[in-house]
Design a protein around this ligand. Structure first.
Ligand code: SAM
Length: 359
């Protein structure tokens, strides 16, 4: 029997449980990327001024929906406008094309409306801004050869192309109820995810190197960790699910075969992968602590729902009431004083990299 494709997308943008209202932490990661995006745009425009630039193509990978979808590309377009206003002489017309990518299940209706308003807002700026939507996996070719000048991406590239096959085939769960097994198995589980991420990120770099012009830039940020043996990015959702399984509210068997396609690398790991692949110079890498005080436990729990609900509903068939119970359980676990609190608010970071496609 063919296995059903895992439904990887955020909750639809609108509504209380939607990604638009529940993505404050991701938005903080985007603001940390602003200086690197501005620097990349300046670099591109200065480089291009020698042969009279007349166009720039910018793409965002894994844009999702809601206000975050356009945040990075608008930072880039603002930087273009700022650079041109500061220029001493008239630089002639510049055409900017903005392309937003995500998986086909994404809420592209929301993205289309935002792109339209964005385009209208730039009409008096002197730029010719055109926009487009590019559905598809960033683990496949998305754009023509030598086409893009700048790639941006936030909070998306830690999603892997699939769950490590060896975990599924050996029926090794992501999280063991048995504490002895849980302590013994993390290196095995994490190693499988580590290898999957290395394979995927290497492929992603190869594909994007073909699509970027020589000297093209890439500024990306992923959810990571300072120490991959301490905390894994899926714990915040697996631990409350485990609590619900212990109370008989969801099936233990179903939990044991629930896998999430994601991995949070350390900055050292990410650097090694980029260097080993070899298409890009690393201009800068940064690590930012996820500031939990940005949001309250209930907001953090709702943010998890916005990200994971479609996958959880698809796998467990949970009702909206059970999803509410999951959010309440996580909220309790994230509250100071809970036995899970220290672990769940552990050393989570965003790792960002500013890269240049080698000439
Ligand atoms: C947490 S959201 C991040 C959205 C936005 N960039 C932000 O910073 O708030 C992650 C997005 O990555 C998308 N995504 C995951 N895997 C993908 C893939 N292989 N190709 C394209 N998009 C993917 C998901 O559908 C989701 O919309």
């Amino acid at each position: 029997m063919a296995t059903k494709q895992q439904r990887l997308c955020m909750n639809q943008a609108d509504g209380e449980a939607g990604y638009a209202l529940n993505s404050a932490v991701q938005s903080a990661a985007q603001s940390w990327m602003k200086p690197a995006i501005e620097e990349a745009v300046r670099g591109l425009l200065n480089m291009k001024s020698t042969d009279v630039p007349n166009s720039m193509v910018i793409a965002d990978l894994g844009c999702s929906a809601g206000p975050n979808a356009l945040a990075l590309v608008s930072t880039a377009v603002d930087a273009v406008l700022h650079h041109r206003q500061a220029a001493q002489h008239d630089q002639g017309p510049l055409e900017v094309r903005v392309l937003l990518n995500d998986l086909p299940d994404n809420d592209f209706n929301d993205v289309a409306k935002r792109l339209d308003s964005f385009q209208q807002s730039t009409q008096s700026s002197g730029l010719l801004l055109t926009t487009g939507i590019v559905p598809g996996s960033f683990y496949k070719r998305l754009f023509p050869n030598n086409f893009l000048d700048l790639i941006v991406s936030s909070n998306s590239l830690h999603w892997t192309s699939e769950v490590p096959k060896e975990l599924k085939s050996n029926m090794i769960p992501m999280y063991d109820e048995d504490e002895g097994l849980r302590r013994a198995r993390p290196p095995l589980v994490i190693q499988a995810y580590r290898e999957q991420f290395r394979k995927d990120f290497t492929l992603l770099l190869k594909l994007r190197a073909q699509e970027l012009v020589s000297g093209g830039r890439m500024v990306v940020s992923v959810m990571g960790t300072r120490d991959y043996l301490c905390i894994t990015p899926w714990d915040t959702i697996i631990i409350p699910l485990n609590d619900m399984a212990s109370r008989g509210l969801i099936s233990r068997e179903m939990l044991d075969c629930f896998y999430l396609p994601m991995y949070g690398p350390t900055d050292v790991e990410l650097r090694e992968i980029i260097q080993d692949e070899g298409s890009f110079e690393i201009n800068e890498m940064q690590v930012h602590q996820v500031v939990k005080s940005l949001t309250e436990p209930n907001e953090q729990a709702r943010a998890m729902r916005a990200v994971f609900e479609p996958m959880i509903v698809q796998h467990f068939g949970l009702s909206s009431d059970s999803m509410d119970e999951l959010v309440r359980t996580l909220e309790k676990q994230l509250t100071p004083g809970s036995p899970h609190h220290t672990y769940l608010v552990g050393d989570r970071v965003f790792v960002s990299a500013s890269l240049t496609r080698k000439f």
